[in-house]
Ligand binder design. Structure first.
Ligand SMILES: Cc1cc2nc3c(=O)[nH]c(=O)nc-3n(C[C@H](O)[C@H](O)[C@H](O)COP(=O)(O)OP(=O)(O)OC[C@H]3O[C@@H](n4cnc5c(N)ncnc54)[C@H](O)[C@@H]3O)c2cc1C
Length: 177
């Protein structure tokens, strides 16, 4: 495996927003795993070698492609509110920070389409502007993202009445890279 700071790999990411400051790498490679004494012991000190912040789907594809070609581990970061270390890079590599893929594409009637980095709180506020609301959300909704909730969450406020994420009707479609 080659390191994420290999010159060839960095050249493949030319023009993308990159973060490699050691303090940022450490801070942004953590979720709430430290709630668990076992995970705290196992995950403390784990960090990415490089953060990439894509602004378009094409940039996501570019990063995924470069990581595959250069065999660099890739972990996706939403709002980093998961409790189990799901987004902590275990073997360094790239942390793909979805914070700037945050466009709400549309909300029409009782459904909406969102980029993965949209904060659930923003999605809910925009839905409420149109007379609707999210039918379930975690208590972390101000920070958590649509993509992180779908990939790492399960249920939340509203689930007693409307069910869980895995139930029919909660997620209607996904575009996956
Ligand atoms: C106090 C507290 C309360 C919580 N309450 C709930 C709750 O009620 N219900 C619940 O389900 N969860 C809950 N959680 C867990 C967590 O907040 C939610 O699951 C949240 O939705 C995760 O979203 P995130 O954007 O922070 O994801 P992250 O923590 O960033 O990521 C979660 C997982 O999804 C992956 N991921 C993130 N974005 C993408 C993407 N775009 N594409 C592919 N993979 C991606 C990550 O790699 C990781 O594996 C709680 C957590 C805390 C700390």
């Amino acid at each position: 495996m080659i390191a994420a700071n290999d010159p060839g790999f960095r050249a493949a990411l030319d023009g993308l927003e990159l973060v490699d400051h050691p303090v940022q790498l450490k801070q942004r490679s953590r979720d709430f795993y430290w709630y668990s004494p076992i995970l705290k012991r196992e995950l403390d000190g784990k960090a990415a070698d490089l953060i990439v912040v894509p602004k378009t789907i094409d940039e996501v594809v570019r990063v995924a492609s470069a990581c595959a070609r250069f065999k660099v581990p890739l972990v996706v970061r939403g709002g980093a509110t998961g409790n189990y270390g799901q987004m902590v890079p275990l073997q360094g590599g790239v942390l793909l920070d979805m914070a700037r893929l945050d466009r709400t594409l549309w909300i029409e009637g009782d459904r909406g389409r969102f980029e993965a980095g949209v904060r659930l709180g923003d999605a809910d506020r925009l839905a409420q502007d149109k007379g609707w609301e999210l039918r379930m959300f975690p208590s972390t909704r101000r920070q958590a993202t649509v993509g992180g909730y779908v990939c790492g969450g399960a249920a939340g406020v509203g689930s007693i009445r409307y069910g869980q994420l895995r139930d029919a009707g909660s997620v209607l479609a996904l575009k996956v890279v």
